[in-house]
Design a protein around this ligand. Structure first.
Ligand SMILES: [Zn+2]
Length: 408
């Protein structure tokens, strides 16, 4: 079969052109070579005047399946959009890493697999080396940056009408529900342009699943990143339409990266909620984005390996004491610098005393608690710059309330 558009050479020449055109904001590098020795390109797009510590990181790959042209075309379109005046505002708050052609040999062959006849999409087994040179290159970028968001953009050649995302369901229900809501928002943006969306597919992390060993499942499990596989339907729309549908969804995702919500009081992808729910959550510790990324990775690892096995708000607030309990099966091998525990209380309460491990905490941003009054709740965030112990780790909040709780 002839190579599809954009060809590998076209991708490379466009990458060079973008890096030449906007040198400070767009950097091109080679992150590795394909099995047959072709350079794998990566564009790093960001405003160089803003320090990395003040930015989120989003990572996009396209062309993982060489025969799927829209993945390459849509990720290049995203790079072009980020260099427009509308897109460039997000480069003040984000670093966007774009690898538009992860399978150069597959692009040249117009093949689903790489030159070793391996499917790069599922070449990322958890707790093992990636199995192809292309997958090693992509995974090295993920390890260098710990992205907050990752999306792999495909073209479902000959697929059913309508595009959407694969949404992974890991152990973190809070992140899953937000991923689902964001996926609907991405679809709505494409629908508004007239492109039918088919409704997302939820992917469970389990053996035998066709997405097993993919990078989006791996980065969800290892890093608690917001991850998607983005599908576009080739051979249903002309290429330009498929790209427009994908671009509407990808730019919506980038915009989500500049929002704040109940889950974290600073703007960013909603990945700092590591476990729990609005009433009692384990969050990432850190004063800036970079510190939070490093601690998010370590805390996620402790959840993944079972060291941290439950995080819960105990039921009922007996005697007006709210308790969030983090239970450790064993000590954490490579502990984070700290954790944040967040809980919500009735807005009418008055805080009397806050303790962790029995020691009193005081208002403090780095090792203590902060209060944030919402419209119908009072949020308490305790930043705990101290080690967790094997067994129970209780944050206790004693309060006065002008009501008597219901009891049996
Ligand atoms: Zn594909």
């Amino acid at each position: 079969m002839p190579a599809t558009k954009p060809t590998y050479d076209e991708v490379m020449s466009e990458c060079h052109a973008l890096a030449r055109q906007v040198p400070g904001y767009c950097k091109l590098e080679e992150i590795g070579k394909s099995f047959e020795g072709r350079p794998i390109p990566l564009l790093t797009l960001t405003d160089p005047a803003v320090p990395l510590a003040e930015k989120s990181v989003a990572f996009f790959t396209g062309g993982t399946h060489g025969g799927e042209e829209v993945g390459r075309a849509a990720t290049l379109a995203l790079a072009r959009w980020l260099l427009t005046s509308e897109g460039a505002q997000h480069l003040r708050t984000q670093v966007v890493l774009i690898c538009p052609c992860l399978s150069p040999d597959g692009a040249i062959r117009n093949s689903y697999h790489n030159a070793q006849d391996i499917n790069i999409y599922t070449a990322f087994p958890l707790d093992a080396e990636p199995t192809t040179p292309e997958a090693k290159a992509a995974y090295a970028i993920a390890r260098q940056w710990t992205p907050d968001c990752y999306a792999d953009v495909h073209g479902l050649a000959g697929g059913a009408i309508g595009d959407s995302q694969y949404v992974p369901h890991g152990r973190n229900s809070g992140l899953f529900l937000m991923s689902l809501a964001i996926s609907h928002e991405m679809d709505a943006a494409a629908e508004a342009l007239g492109y039918a969306q088919r409704f997302c597919h939820v992917i469970l992390q389990r053996k035998g699943e066709q997405h097993q060993d993919s990078l989006f499942l791996r980065l969800l499990a290892e890093d608690n990143a917001l991850t998607y596989t983005v599908e576009t339907t080739e051979n249903v729309y002309p290429l330009d339409d498929s790209v427009r549908s994908a671009l509407a969804r990808l730019t919506t995702l980038i915009k989500v990266g500049d929002r704040a919500g109940w889950y974290q009081p600073y703007r960013g992808y909603p990945c700092d909620l590591l476990a729990g729910s609005p009433v009692g959550a384990l969050m990432t510790y850190g004063a800036d984005y970079q510190q939070r990324r490093a601690n998010r990775r370590k805390t996620s690892r402790a959840i993944l390996d079972g060291s941290i096995f439950t995080v819960a708000r105990l039921a009922g607030d007996p005697d007006h004491v709210a308790t969030v309990r983090v239970q450790l099966a064993k000590e954490i091998a490579d502990p984070p610098e700290g954790i944040v525990l967040q809980l919500r209380l009735d807005p009418r309460v008055r805080i009397k005393r806050v303790t962790f491990h029995g020691a009193e905490l005081h208002p403090c941003r780095t090792d203590g608690y902060q209060l944030d009054a919402g419209p119908n709740y009072l949020a308490l965030r305790a930043a705990l710059h101290r080690p967790l112990r094997a067994g129970e780790n209780d944050l206790r909040v004693e309060y006065d309330a002008p009501y008597v709780p219901h009891s049996d």
